[in-house]
Design a protein around this ligand. Structure first.
Ligand SMILES: Cc1ncc(COP(=O)(O)O)c(C=O)c1O
Length: 425
């Protein structure tokens, strides 16, 4: 009988996969805690939370139970003109914990749609008010998703190359690397002074896809303050940083200036099911609260507010807000910090950076890029060692589920040292 892997090859087109170079996918048949098991019974530690989504471990029994209970009562219903308790309760609970003064929750399907909604809200907010502000400012090398609006506000890269001419024009400011902070803020101010900027969008503190590039809370706060001073909306894309990854519940919790719009997905359901949230302030909602139907928000998806998915998110929040989980996140951050010290001054390493539970190790190379040939070598090395770790070019990083054990962290750290030893020879 054909294996899943063989059958897959006949019928599936995988995301972000060069299908000719990587025709074979590993078929996973079971998940448990931080582990995934393939069809041959091989066990892998999921060091990247399955594309940064998983918080509490795979196939978590509590989430499974809550979803199953909800499916038996109400699996789905149209969300225009109708509502249900899981969606309302989730909105209430999110508004309680989100940074700033968020008052309304708009549901969609994933991180990209959460960003699309945020952009549409910000642009139409000004249109509804009769103010001509149509420009978006974003950071160079940003990644906000793969739909056209989200691609437009993402840095131009191999991801967007085929569509460059079709993306809308955005002002990009330099990434605030330590020696570029004042340049970055200066260019932001220049852009804002033109008076046509509807919104600034950023990945707060950590730019994920760019290579886990990190910047300080002071810079983040300054971006927000400068934008607000120029009457520009601030969109915080917390799709990756949300739900504890950076040490606090949200990256924006590290600063005092509040965003106007927050985008969430990934960890929102503990990584169990797809859901996007765009949270916003009363002032933005009010700009759409008009008799004129041309001022409403024309956006929605068939599965908006799906009750079973909201139940998954509610269950994940229960687990996330428990004391044990806070302790675990702190512990992971401490372990990462101690590990970083063991790498200090290593001749193959250009940089080690950490924010909360995320640690990135940038290997030295003359020509860093997403398709760097070192990438496949690293990826294969970790798979052989039973670790799922998808390097971003020459950058290795860990963003583990919070349930990861001390032994597994130690194992991963040791394998990274082993890799460095092999690369040295
Ligand atoms: C910061 C950020 N925004 C948006 C997205 C897009 O999310 P999704 O893949 O769910 O569409 C991602 C995905 O990695 C992300 O990291």
């Amino acid at each position: 009988m054909a294996t899943i892997k063989e059958r897959d090859r006949q019928v599936i087109w995988h995301p972000y996969t060069p299908m000719k170079a990587w025709p074979e996918a590993i078929a996973i048949t079971k998940g448990e805690g931080a582990y995934l098991y393939d069809e041959d019974g091989k066990k892998y530690v999921d060091a990247i939370s399955s594309w940064w989504v998983n918080l509490h471990g795979h196939a978590h029994p509590y989430i499974a139970q809550k979803v199953s209970e909800q499916l038996a009562v109400l699996e789905h219903c149209i969300f225009a003109g109708f509502t249900h308790e899981p969606a309302v309760l989730l909105a209430e609970r999110l508004l309680d914990i989100l940074p700033g003064d968020m008052r309304k929750i708009f549901y969609s399907d994933n991180g990209s749609t959460a960003v699309e909604v945020a952009l549409k809200m910000a642009l139409q907010y000004w249109k509804n008010k009769g103010v001509k502000k149509t420009r978006i400012v974003a950071l160079e090398n940003a990644y906000h998703g793969d739909t056209f609006g989200a691609m437009s506000v993402s840095g131009r890269s191999v991801f967007t190359e085929a569509f460059t001419d079709l993306l809308f024009d955005v002002t990009f400011i330099p990434f605030p690397a330590k020696d570029q902070v004042s340049e970055s803020i200066g260019i932001l101010k220049e852009a804002l002074q033109k008076g046509d900027v509807a919104a600034l969008i950023v990945e707060p503190l950590v730019q994920g896809s760019a290579g886990m590039c990190m910047y300080s809370r002071e810079v983040l706060d300054q971006y927000f303050r400068v934008a607000k001073k120029h009457n520009t909306l601030v969109i915080a894309d917390e799709v990756m940083t949300g739900f504890g990854r950076t040490g606090k519940l949200f990256a924006c919790d590290h600063i005092t200036t509040a965003p106007d719009i927050v985008c969430l997905s990934k960890g929102l359901t503990g990584g169990s099911m797809p859901l996007g949230v765009t949270a916003t302030t009363q002032a933005i909602f009010d700009a759409f609260y008009e008799d004129d139907r041309m001022k409403m928000l024309y956006h929605g998806h068939s599965f908006t507010g799906n009750p079973a998915i909201c139940a998954a998110a509610l269950a994940s929040l229960d687990l996330l807000l428990a004391d044990g989980c806070t302790e675990q996140r702190k512990h992971i951050a401490e372990r990462h910090a101690a590990f970083a010290q063991t790498l200090a001054g290593h001749q193959l390493i250009a940089d080690v950076r950490q924010t909360g539970t995320i640690i990135a190790i940038e290997l030295k190379t003359d020509n860093p890029s997403y398709h760097h040939n070192m990438r496949d070598v690293l990826y294969r090395f970790f798979l052989e060692e039973g670790i799922i770790m998808r390097p971003l070019g020459n950058i290795i990083y860990l963003i583990p589920p919070y349930c990861i054990t001390d032994e597994d962290l130690t194992y991963i750290y040791e394998r990274i040292h082993k890799l460095l030893g092999q690369l040295n020879n």
